[in-house]
Design a protein around this ligand. Structure first.
Ligand code: AMP
Ligand code: GLY
Length: 430
């Protein structure tokens, strides 16, 4: 089969790496790809991930059998609808379903229709009404721009002044452009976050193992929110006994509502959960694999990914085996100093091959590029995700950090405590 992966992050490198192991796959293209995908069994193609007409033209011209979009942008722009109309299988939700991630107000509406546990909220298009609501409710409150804002459209406001400033920023000053024409203002939830992902075929959901991301830039969950500084799986905050009830409360209701709307959800549905004292509540849905959760999750997946993706598209997931290793996996992100604010680019990176050679270790690239001589340099905020398998979470953590120590890059930053919350919970039960 000829596969076409869309995107350029660590998630897409992991997808290319996993799909490349399938005996069904002969060729992989990736648009635009990165320095890591260039080193796999894949050809990088210089097309932007949001350029739907160019992506469809490429897929047609190159007799692609299966398209795998990684990031949310092509999904919300309708890449699945466009590929399907061209007769090409494409793994992911259609444009209607992708609104679950593309519009927080849409997601809240679907959640309400499905009785999914989530924070209480109100939606505003009127600036004065939004300010009045903040004043009547009082902090703490969470203010969210409705549309896609690269993870930057959410403000957790602990004081009324912060909440009002966030409304001003988003609605009056258009800090996120049209994404802020509408805002969602919601109740502040207290708890630990976890990522719960399922493969979905429209009606059936097959869970991936639990995972936990680390969104804050610095150790101890301090500092600004990032795309994610590391992840591990399994996440003991979700125990095995909870999985069936999480599917029942957070995934299946969404599948039922969307199917009733005439748009069965196919692809990966990712529930971002807050584990509160009152049980799991959904903070948000993503309609794709998480980055960096995808990297440890795909290292644990033993089954061939190609038949799973085809089963999601064809509605036959119930007959498709989805098996994972009992081992744990953990990935540490190496980022450029200053990320998520401004950061330098072009730094040379050495030691990747030495890290990759360690047993159970795989270095996934995100913001890297490779020159004609095969040298790798930094080209983004998040640069590498050094991922390792281990017989326990502690072993996976030790192995990932041993591998990170082999890598050197000037002007870098990484967290030194990826997995610490999970290891503590396994040791102490909290
Ligand atoms: P979202 O993009 O909606 O997941 O929000 C980004 C981050 O903001 C989440 O990962 C949480 O850390 C935080 N957050 C979002 N909603 C809430 C909420 N209702 N209560 C507390 N924290 C929240
Ligand atoms: N790691 C969080 C996300 O992919 O949105």
């Amino acid at each position: 089969m000829r596969i076409f992966v869309i995107g350029s992050g660590g998630r897409e490198h992991a997808l290319v790496w996993k799909l490349g192991q399938s005996p069904l796959v002969s060729t992989i293209f990736v648009a635009p790809g990165n320095g890591g995908t260039a080193q796999e069994k894949a050809v990088n193609v210089p097309i932007a991930a949001g350029d739907i007409p160019a992506l469809v033209a490429f897929a047609k011209d190159n007799a692609i059998d299966l398209v795998v979009p990684g990031p949310e942008l092509p999904l919300t722009e309708g890449v699945v609808d466009a590929m399907t109309a061209a007769g090409i299988q494409c793994f992911g939700p259609d444009k209607y379903c992708a609104q679950l991630e593309g519009s927080k107000a849409f997601a809240k509406d679907i959640m309400q229709r499905g009785n999914v546990p989530t924070a209480e909220c109100a939606v505003f298009t009127d600036y004065a009404a939004a300010r009045a609501y903040v004043q009547s409710k009082g902090a703490p409150l969470v203010i969210k721009a409705d549309g896609l804002a690269a993870g930057k459209g959410v403000v957790v406001a602990m004081t009324d002044a912060e909440a009002l400033a966030a409304v001003d920023d988003i609605m009056r000053d258009h800090a996120h452009g049209k994404a802020g024409d509408k805002v969602v203002i919601e109740e502040f939830l207290v708890g630990e976050e976890a990522s719960f992902l399922c493969f979905c075929d429209g009606t059936v959901a097959a869970p991936l193992p639990s995972a936990q991301d680390h969104k804050a830039a610095w150790d101890g969950d301090k500092g600004p929110n990032t795309g994610g500084m590391g992840a591990y799986s399994p996440a003991p905050i979700i125990d095995d006994a909870q999985v069936a009830s999480l599917i029942e409360s957070t995934i299946l209701p969404i599948l039922r509502v969307l199917a009733a709307d005439g748009h069965p959800f196919k692809g990966v549905l990712y529930a971002g959960l807050m584990m509160t004292a009152q049980g799991a509540k959904v903070l948000e849905y993503n309609t794709r694999f998480g980055d960096p959760e995808c990297q440890p999750l795909l290292m644990r997946l033993e089954s061939d990914l190609v038949p799973i993706m085809q089963a999601c598209i064809e509605g036959t997931l119930a007959q498709c085996p989805v098996r994972y290793t009992q081992q744990s996996a953990l990935g540490v992100v190496l980022a450029a100093k200053g990320y998520p604010a401004s950061y330098p680019k072009g730094m040379p990176i050495s030691g990747i091959a030495e890290a990759d050679a360690l047993p159970g270790v795989k270095v996934f690239h995100s913001g890297t590029s490779m020159d004609a001589a095969g040298r790798i340099s930094a080209n983004g905020g998040r640069i590498l995700c050094i991922t390792a398998l281990g017989d326990s979470l502690a072993e996976a953590q030790a192995s990932a950090y041993r591998a990170l120590a082999k890598i050197s890059m000037p002007e870098s930053q990484s967290r030194s405590d990826i997995g610490a919350k999970g290891i503590r919970r396994l040791a102490t039960g909290k």
